[in-house]
Write a protein that binds this ligand. Structure first.
Ligand code: F0G
Length: 425
């Protein structure tokens, strides 16, 4: 049964196959509403049966949940890598650092292009091809552009990306180029890029695949569904995630709402959205009870979330309110320390992702997260996305930071190796 696209602001309804990027009546963002037919038990067994599949959409950690993502889609229409199927990890050095006994990490860096964006992109690209789009575009701090470039190549669609000049991590920019997207480096920040991408897409009839596109959020909901399934449908107390443009926070809120509605879970986990202190308009607004929308000039080492005017503001507010959640911010130093702890535990993630563990630690220290709470921190991107930050941290920063692991240059002799291994007295 087809779903509807409903304007979040005025309630105007559009067909599932409308290509409008925002509400044609009032400019509000659109949200998909599905009609759920199957009950929780039937859904659980369908999800679990599809796990046996070795190829095609059933083997995707997004499309396995298709009744909750895009029920009307025929598997043959799906543009799928596959993606998802990311691990839920537990590592004692990370739990000890955060002082949280049961701290799990949902590692979205294990996706095909190394970030959670692939989960939204498979759905948005499937929809773009279904609508016979002539080209696709996005503004990005780097991960969305890498993902869009890869999925556009797969779908056979021309791709156009807008990225802020000098503010995209090397792994992400080079991926985007390698996958073949036309890459426009804009003199401005992410917020300028998004405004330009929105205007250019409307003027030139290009399908915009930023997270204001409701199909992106449908795919990103699967992070929550997959995590719940990995926990045998027993929700954690907290889901902690880094927040920039607020698409993912909104997607998590919708996933929890729908999981409750169909009876997959009986109570909601709380969402904790974590921003970088230099790019924290949502955290500031939370402390003022979301009385007003705040805009800032963003600055942080975590370039993925260097965003001052988040687009999915209202729906993210709803996600925090409905789950009785919180929004917090962490400094760049806290992000770097969390990242070093995650990296040296052999897990690894990019700087923005580490904000989720730094945030969990802070909320635990403040008593917001309880000592026996189960916490899932979402690691949104892969370690190798941002080699520049790693080089600085381990090889260049003076004085050496706490976890810096300096390389040691030696002559090619066993004596030299022995000297290095000798305990220093
Ligand atoms: N973590 C990473 C690694 C990201 O790349 C992003 C967003 C976020 C967290 C925040 O998610 O925007 O939904 O609140 N990256 C976007 C991009 C902006 O263009 O790749 P959000």
């Amino acid at each position: 049964m087809p779903s509807l696209q409903v304007c979040e602001r005025c309630g105007h309804e559009l067909d599932e196959l409308s290509s409008a990027s925002v509400c044609p009546e009032c400019g509000g963002l659109l949200e998909l509403t599905h009609r759920f037919v199957a009950g929780a038990d039937a859904l659980r067994s369908a999800f679990s049966a599809r796990r046996q599949s070795l190829r095609g959409p059933d083997s995707s950690g997004v499309w396995r949940y298709r009744e909750l993502v895009l029920p009307s889609i025929a598997p043959a229409q799906v543009v799928c890598h596959p993606e998802g199927n990311t691990p839920l990890l537990e590592r004692s050095p990370v739990s000890a650092w955060a002082s949280i006994e049961r701290l799990l990490m949902k590692h979205e860096g294990h996706n095909p292009t190394g970030s959670f964006k692939d989960r939204g992109m498979t759905v948005a690209m499937t929809q773009a091809r279904r609508l016979n789009a002539s080209a696709v575009a996005c503004a990005s701090t780097g991960n969305t552009s890498a993902s869009l470039a890869a999925y556009a190549a797969h779908a056979g669609l021309p791709a156009l990306v807008f990225v802020p000049a000098g503010q995209v991590a090397m792994g992400k920019l080079t991926q985007t180029l390698a996958y073949g997207a036309r890459t426009l480096v804009v003199r401005g920040n992410f917020d300028d890029c998004l405004t330009l991408a929105r205007d250019a897409s409307a003027a030139l009839n290009i399908q915009l695949l930023n997270s204001i596109n409701p199909f992106r959020l449908e795919g990103q909901k699967s992070i929550v569904f997959e995590m719940l399934e990995q926990l045998d449908w027993s929700p954690p107390d907290w889901i902690v995630l880094p927040a920039g443009n607020l698409g993912n926070t909104s997607a998590f809120g919708k996933a929890i709402r729908e999981a409750l509605e169909v009876g997959l879970i009986s109570h909601a986990p709380k969402i904790a959205a974590i921003q970088a202190a230099g790019a924290a308009p949502f955290a500031q607004s939370f402390h003022e009870h979301f009385e007003k929308t705040i805009r800032v000039n963003p600055e942080t080492i975590a370039t993925a979330i260097r965003i001052g005017a988040p687009a999915s503001w209202d729906r993210a507010v709803r996600a925090i309110r409905e789950t009785n959640g919180v929004v917090a911010s962490v400094t760049d130093d806290e992000i770097l320390e969390a990242k070093a702890v995650i990296d040296s535990a052999g897990v690894g993630c990019e700087p923005a992702s580490a904000a989720s563990v730094a945030g969990a630690r802070k909320l635990r220290a403040e008593g917001v997260i309880g000592p026996h709470d189960t916490v899932v921190s979402v690691l949104t991107g892969h370690l190798l996305k941002d080699p520049g930050v790693l080089v600085k941290y381990h090889q260049e920063m003076e004085p050496a930071p706490k976890y810096a692991n300096r390389p040691i240059e030696i002559d090619a002799s066993v004596g030299e190796v022995e000297r290095v291994l000798r305990p220093s007295s």
